[in-house]
Ligand binder design. Sequence first.
Ligand code: NAP
Length: 332
Amino acid sequence: MKDNLMQAIVFETPGDPEVMHLGEVPLPVPGVKQVRIKVVAAGVNRADTLQRRGKYPPPPGASPLLGLEVSGVIDSVGTGCLKWKAGDRVMGLLSGGGYAQYVIMHEDMVMAVPDTLNLVNAAAIPEVFLTAYQSLVWLSHLQARETILIHAGASGVGTAAIQLALAMDAVPIVTASKEKHNLCSQLGARATIDYKSTDFAEEVKRISGGQGVDVIVDFIGGPYFKKNIEILNNDGRIVLLATMGGVKVEGFNLLNLITHRISVMGSTLRARSTEYQSRLTHEFWKYARHLFEDGSLRPVVDKIFTLHEAAMAHRLVEENKTAGKIILRIEE
Ligand SMILES: NC(=O)c1ccc[n+]([C@@H]2O[C@H](COP(=O)([O-])OP(=O)(O)OC[C@H]3O[C@@H](n4cnc5c(N)ncnc54)[C@H](OP(=O)(O)O)[C@@H]3O)[C@@H](O)[C@H]2O)c1
């Protein structure tokens, strides 16, 4: 660290993965109740690829650098921070700035990484598990013995949602590309549907003996909406987290929602206040820490790249070739 500068991934103009390169940026200084973390690893998220393309600007006040989650070791603390000390092994969610040697984080957003967890793999936890926990517990109020359909089951959020659904004694079923079914089954999916070769709604009806599902976590949006409604039980809930397949729904009959008492919820975690994210972090880690310690939950890491290889990492995500999480290891 020279002249209070650090290395980070930067880009001058939005575009393809190759616009990213290593650069030098000011070393962040922890403010009141903030900690500075020496980053060991950063999780790669689809949102990073959209931000790199100029299609997902960081929320006001956020770091302009890419990176929504990190693991690492606390390097220094700001005034008034009483919860953490230098040397603590930690991880947490960020509104930006993770693709760098150091980040600052509010003390309430920090989770302690247990000794049983490898610090590099821990970077695969915050974004996808917090999103899945929020979707299953806070939004859809998933109950034991309910059936939940998780679209894109092998996605980062999908792999976390399968595990959390099982931990809650619910029954997870998924849609995913065929070559990703093994992973979903190993994580506990009770049924896997190849949405490319079959009609997922017909498959759900067949698997459930016409019963349908109670909750759906969806990232596809437009093209799935009518079919999702068709296979929801009475009092069913849909949590819509992304629109990877499109944003429009034509010719939908709203009576379907009324007669079956369906709730449709949309959510985006990144734009939430620090106060909201801190509450979520605190509640999630109180619930999940021992489950990670005893191996009931695990970070699902597909591949690990160095910071220099960020472009390769982004390409894999954009080409839908990943199953679980892609991690950037920050080198010394
Ligand atoms: N709202 C929120 O708070 C929030 C939080 C986190 C993430 N997200 C969003 O949720 C989505 C998933 O995130 P992630 O990081 O878990 O994703 P990911 O790990 O990158 O996985 C996405 C997977 O979705 C599948 N997919 C992509 N396009 C598809 C399409 N048109 N139709 C069907 N399947 C498609 C692909 O798997 P297959 O090979 O199986 O098709 C792909 O590998 C992203 O759009 C992300 O931005 C939202």
